[in-house]
Design a protein around this ligand. Structure first.
Ligand SMILES: CC(C)(COP(=O)(O)OP(=O)(O)OC[C@H]1O[C@@H](n2cnc3c(N)ncnc32)[C@H](O)[C@@H]1OP(=O)(O)O)[C@@H](O)C(=O)NCCC(=O)NCCS
Length: 167
């Protein structure tokens, strides 16, 4: 896992345009069949949000996570989209760990609104399900302290039994 690279690309800039172009090129054959690539693509294409991209040592684009801080809730980072092109290799967790480092640096928590697949990931890494206002959509959350501990790989307990991944 250590040979993977995660890069932060804030908002709209030339680098972001270049990543979009790369995703268009590198994922041309899978964009319609691979839901991870589609989610990642939507995140890359949303220039209103900040972006993390995950790359292999060969500089292949493996996935992306888009996030933002919402007006009125500056206490949290919201993960809007996360997608990876190959499942169960620890890529999703790695992206979440990087966004947790950003949150930890600002004393923020993390909130994620998941799909079914996202739900399993967020649950496995130790995020807690909590009610979301008057609506019934589930919302997963790390408190600022939990985000910090996850960023440092110190979150323990039954939900975070990480096996099989090399760090
Ligand atoms: C959701 C997604 C990003 C997860 O990424 P991933 O790289 O497969 O997740 P990881 O390999 O880092 O897994 C982290 C943990 O979650 C578990 N996990 C992840 N996806 C899982 C799934 N679909 N079923 C069961 N467990 C899953 C892993 O087993 C792992 O647990 P472990 O560390 O205890 O072994 C990926 O499946 C994806 O891109 N899905 C399509 C897009 C999507 O639905 N995005 C979510 C939008 S909110």
């Amino acid at each position: 896992m250590d040979d993977l690279t995660v890069t932060l690309i804030p908002g709209r800039n030339q680098e972001r345009e270049a990543v979009l172009e790369r995703a268009r090129r590198e994922w041309a054959d899978i964009i319609h069949s691979n839901s991870g690539a589609r989610y990642a693509w939507d995140g890359i294409a949303d220039f209103d949000e900040d972006l993390l991209i995950l790359e292999s040592p060969e500089e292949q684009l493996l996935g992306a996570l888009s996030f933002c801080t919402r007006y009125g809730d500056e206490k949290n980072i919201y993960v809007s989209r996360i997608g990876v092109i190959q499942d169960h290799r620890g890529y999703g967790k790695r992206l979440m760990q990087e966004v947790a480092k950003i949150a930890a640096g600002k004393g923020q928590g993390i909130v994620a609104l998941p799909t079914a697949e996202g739900q399993r990931l967020f649950c496995r890494i130790g995020m807690r399900l909590r009610p979301r206002g008057s609506r019934y959509e589930p919302e997963y959350a790390f408190t600022p302290d939990e985000a910090k501990r996850f960023a440092e790989d110190r979150l323990t307990g039954p939900v975070l039994e990480v096996k099989g991944y090399q760090k």
